[in-house]
Design a binder for this molecule. Structure first.
Ligand SMILES: C[S@@+](CC[C@H](N)C(=O)[O-])C[C@H]1O[C@@H](n2cnc3c(N)ncnc32)[C@H](O)[C@@H]1O
Length: 324
């Protein structure tokens, strides 16, 4: 399992960029960008080098953690998957590329696409001295137009991106991303009902044209959750001093909520159930599971010693073979 915390090389590159950059300026820029997002805007609020760095300081650790958690789940289901090429759509500061490079040592060919010049410049700067990412290709431009010109890749990732484009554009981009996917497509979104709704819509669209779910779902059928419930997960990550200062936060960690789907060309042989919330532990363990047969609330009594001991280790987001 790959750590959800930023790798040392990326941390060092960010720290290097921070020298001579006022933390209070970074905090105020990051607050303006977050407000633009909360008000329904997008990364259009990131216009300068300073904005891009403030955004990366505030958000890159969390989106990195969410992508690593999603890729860890994929690797657990497909331990033999060894992609060579990656396409990172809406790559921003290169977060998903760094995450995929950490998870898959097999990756050699990295292509990033984004429309935002400031984020692109920051990504190239952060990767410049990296042993693995020093030679990334980063195409500037609108995602669909840039993707149409790109070669297919073994792994395509769109991380915290599709929420920035309209519904019709999401559908068109999803279809094109699938067309360019040689093996696996991963879409990661914020773990909100709206983020989940986008994932579910694209999941259905792509299953209808032949995709299979590798994770998190143990089936290609309709999602069994009904509103107000929604499928999402959480990943804890450590906050550095600079991260805390930029966010005006005290706690040394944060929990990032995210939703994701990993879709593959070939059906996956083994699709275990998924733990959909942190199980409650008392004289019995009560766990909400998504199983190949649908939603199940599983109870494991303490008297079933071996099963109880196994179920005590279940965490929200885990894949579990047993329905118990
Ligand atoms: C919230 S940021 C996420 C960045 C990165 N993927 C991450 O996870 O940290 C969304 C990114 O998508 C890019 N983006 C949004 N719409 C786009 C479009 N139509 N074409 C290209 N890039 C786009 C933005 O420029 C921005 O860099």
């Amino acid at each position: 399992m790959t750590s959800p915390n930023l790798p040392a090389e990326l941390k060092a590159a960010l720290d290097g960029k921070l020298r001579g950059f006022s933390r209070s300026d970074a905090a105020s820029r990051s607050a303006t960008i977050s407000k633009a997002y909360r008000d329904g805007g997008n990364s259009g609020a990131i216009r300068s080098e300073a904005d891009a760095l403030a955004y990366a300081l505030a958000r890159m650790p969390a989106t990195y953690a969410a992508v690593v958690a999603s890729l860890n789940a994929l690797v657990e289901i497909r331990p033999d998957f060894a992609p060579i090429s990656l396409l990172d759509i809406g790559a921003g500061p290169g977060t998903a590329t760094w995450a995929a490079a950490e998870v898959f040592l097999s990756l050699k060919d990295f292509t990033l696409l984004d429309a935002n010049d400031a984020l692109r410049a920051l990504a190239l700067d952060l990767a410049r001295d990296s042993t693995r990412l020093g030679n990334i290709g980063y195409e500037r431009g609108e995602a669909r137009a840039a993707l149409a010109k790109a070669d297919a890749a073994d792994l395509i990732v769109a991380s915290y991106m599709i929420g920035e484009i309209g519904d019709a554009e999401q559908r068109a981009l999803a279809e094109l991303m699938w067309e360019k996917t040689a093996d696996t497509l991963l879409i990661v979104e914020p773990g909100t009902p709206a983020g989940y709704a986008r994932i579910i819509a694209l999941r259905g669209q792509l299953i209808a044209i032949g995709a299979h779910v590798a994770a998190p779902c143990p089936h290609d059928g309709k999602c069994p959750l009904r509103p107000p419930d929604w499928c999402h997960f959480t990943q804890r990550l450590q906050r550095s001093r600079a991260h805390k200062q930029v966010k005006g936060a005290e706690l040394p960690f944060e929990d990032e909520k995210f939703a994701y789907v990993a879709l593959t060309r070939a059906a996956v042989a083994r699709r275990p159930s998924r733990v959909l919330a942190q199980p409650a532990v008392s004289i019995e363990i009560t766990a909400k599971l998504c199983t190949p047969a649908g939603l199940a609330v599983t109870k494991v009594p303490r008297r079933a010693k071996a099963e109880y001991a196994a179920a005590r280790r279940w965490r929200w987001g885990d894949a579990v073979m047993e329905e118990s």
